[in-house]
Write a protein that binds this ligand. Structure first.
Ligand SMILES: [Fe+2]
Length: 372
């Protein structure tokens, strides 16, 4: 067999090329939008691409599955329950896709999303038992996928992960993410084993009730441009430019600059609405980072844009995206609303009495991981 993991440093995503060296049949699981990265291997090894499998409808990166399928005459495969507006091969739990002598066995493991599947890789000439499992955003390294992306279910996630833990200890686990906003405690390693996670994952030692509350208390903010990215992956929009693919320099200003700002400057709070209503810098306008690309037309190009969030990480990424989209006069507020609050400055709050928002901000030094 042939197996290669591709890691995307911008979004913390992993994709996988699996092939039979005997038959030359190949599959890619969770293909990135940068599809040219797979071509040299396909060409040099004369692999024939048969399947593009998305483990689920992604919310944080645009899938390259349809583009690769069109280029290679291959099939786009998703779980049969996937709600997308384009033709695909519907996969059922327990079904096996043949890849030369290899077998790709589908396990329905909902929780992060209802349609999420894991793929067991079996190589019968070597062993009747699986040696690897691609888990999408169900079982991650040191973590599990968050359940709040629409249709997610923390109890289903518990059951799915328990099902995966029923696999033999030796099975190597290759997740859909090694960093990024789809989990909040990923360790950063790109792979693990069932046995190691069963023994040492902080989530997997919890009973169901504790697991559910650990998953639902303090979720990371929805990813940058999630609305546009998810709609693109569902086939209801075509906004592949909504991915942040560069890291342009962005000017950073301190909170002391806020009271002195020019009246034509637009102060944009990119946190979630709950966080904004709970207290924001006076005059700030709310546009959550998840909706930035889908509401880009609301942002004037002739005014200076000052972006603020809770600690400064989301606003930096959002500002980088605006720079990528050609906005020239963009800056980020270092330290964010937390620094403003800590300095004893006044906050404007919403009208509703709200409990403190349960949002965690990811530190995006790379794709994420460490959090508050
Ligand atoms: Fe995901």
């Amino acid at each position: 067999m042939y197996f290669k993991q591709f890691l995307d440093e911008h979004c913390g995503c992993a994709s996988y090329l699996i092939a039979s060296r005997q038959s030359h049949d190949a599959a890619i699981v969770d293909p990135a939008l940068a599809i040219d990265q797979y071509e040299p291997i396909l060409e040099e090894r004369a692999f024939r691409l048969r399947y593009l499998i998305d483990t689920h409808v992604h919310a944080d990166h645009v899938s390259g599955a349809r583009a690769l399928a069109a280029r290679h005459g291959a099939e786009v495969c998703l779980h049969e329950s996937a709600a997308v507006r384009y033709p695909f091969r519907p996969l059922r739990d327990g079904e096996e896709l043949p890849l030369g002598q290899l077998r790709l066995r589908v396990l329905h493991t909902p929780g992060h999303r209802p349609e999420l599947i894991s793929i067991l890789i079996i190589n019968p000439p070597r062993s009747p038992e699986p040696s690897m499992v691609l888990t999408g955003d169900s079982l991650l390294v040191g973590d599990v996928g968050r359940p709040d992306f629409g249709g997610g279910d923390p109890e289903a996630q518990f059951d799915s992960v328990q099902r995966l833990l029923g696999l033999p200890d030796w099975v190597a686990v290759f997740p859909g993410h090694f960093e990024g906003p789809c989990g909040k405690g990923m360790c950063g390693r790109p792979s693990t084993t069932i046995g190691f996670e069963r023994r040492f994952s902080p989530m997997l030692v919890l009973a169901k009730d504790a697991f559910v509350s650990a998953l639902t208390n303090g979720v990371p903010a929805r990813p940058l441009n999630m609305t546009a990215i998810e709609a693109t992956n569902r086939g209801t929009a075509d906004l592949p430019w909504a991915m942040l693919t560069s890291a342009p320099h962005v000017e950073a200003v301190g909170i002391e600059a806020l009271p002195l700002r020019d009246p034509e400057t637009l102060l944009l709070d990119v946190r979630e609405p709950d966080e904004y209503l709970h207290g924001h810098v006076p005059g700030a306008v709310n546009l959550p980072q998840a909706d930035l690309a889908s509401r880009l037309h609301e942002l004037p190009r002739d005014r200076r844009l000052l972006l603020i969030c809770e600690y400064g990480m989301r606003s930096l990424r959002a500002a980088q995206f605006l720079r990528q989209m050609g906005y020239e006069r963009v800056a980020t507020v270092a330290g964010g609303t937390a620094a403003w609050r800590a300095a004893g400055r006044p906050l404007t709050t919403g009208e509703l009495p709200l409990k403190p928002p349960q949002i965690m901000e990811t530190r995006w030094s790379h794709a994420g991981a460490a959090s508050h």
